[in-house]
Design a protein around this ligand. Structure first.
Ligand SMILES: CC(C)(COP(=O)(O)OP(=O)(O)OC[C@H]1O[C@@H](n2cnc3c(N)ncnc32)[C@H](O)[C@@H]1OP(=O)(O)O)[C@@H](O)C(=O)NCCC(=O)NCCS
Length: 163
């Protein structure tokens, strides 16, 4: 479970939430005509919007302060297959790294009934105060969580090394 000093939070979201609730999130989307590009497939800009929203929601759930979360980086959003009008997709996001002020979220986009991700992405968020200065969020991933999600957590460390 992520550890968070309670004095940094407006309310404690850990009270009624499991580790999975806190650190993982699945959001479904139905791809509609307004989400498409000029090829008739899902527009990358719309996908980026959904990925950032998913990361913001997950980070906000963790800190309990949505107003303090900003996105600083989208890393290597990769489209492996096209997504089509009428597809029902799921964005499956998990926390992949907790820094001093940063929170990294790894996401996979899966088409319902399939297992191979269509799109993958990593995004970094930062906790900022009212004037936009980063502050320490005080969160830490447990060793058990890192072991369970080793590949994703190691990938996040690599991305951090590249920035
Ligand atoms: C996010 C922001 C406050 C960071 O400011 P900064 O001066 O770079 O702050 P710092 O150097 O202290 O870095 C803060 C954290 O962000 C991380 N970071 C900074 N630049 C980064 C980048 N390009 N990619 C990934 N992480 C980055 C740092 O590693 C650090 O993480 P850590 O505390 O866990 O080690 C600033 O860049 C900003 O305000 N950006 C605009 C955010 C925005 O408007 N987003 C769109 C709306 S959501």
């Amino acid at each position: 479970m992520a550890e968070n000093p309670k004095n940094q939070m407006k309310s404690d979201p850990t009270d009624s939430m499991t580790e999975t609730d806190m650190l993982e999130l699945t959001i479904p989307h139905l791809v509609k005509p307004e989400d498409l590009n000029h090829h008739g497939t899902l527009f990358a800009g719309q996908m980026a919007r959904w990925l950032i929203e998913a990361g913001l929601i997950l980070s906000s759930r963790l800190t309990g302060k949505p107003e303090d979360i900003v996105c600083v980086q989208l890393n290597a959003m990769t489209f492996k297959k096209s997504v089509n009008n009428g597809d029902l997709i799921e964005i499956r996001s998990i926390i992949s790294y907790l820094g001093t002020t940063s929170i990294m979220v790894y996401s996979q986009v899966i088409r319902k009934q399939e297992t191979v991700p269509l799109i993958t992405n990593s995004a970094t968020f930062v906790t900022v105060d009212k004037v936009g200065r980063p502050y320490k969020h005080g969160l830490k991933l447990s060793e058990g969580y890192i072991t369970k999600n080793r590949d994703v957590c190691e990938e996040a460390l690599k991305i951090r090394g590249q920035k």
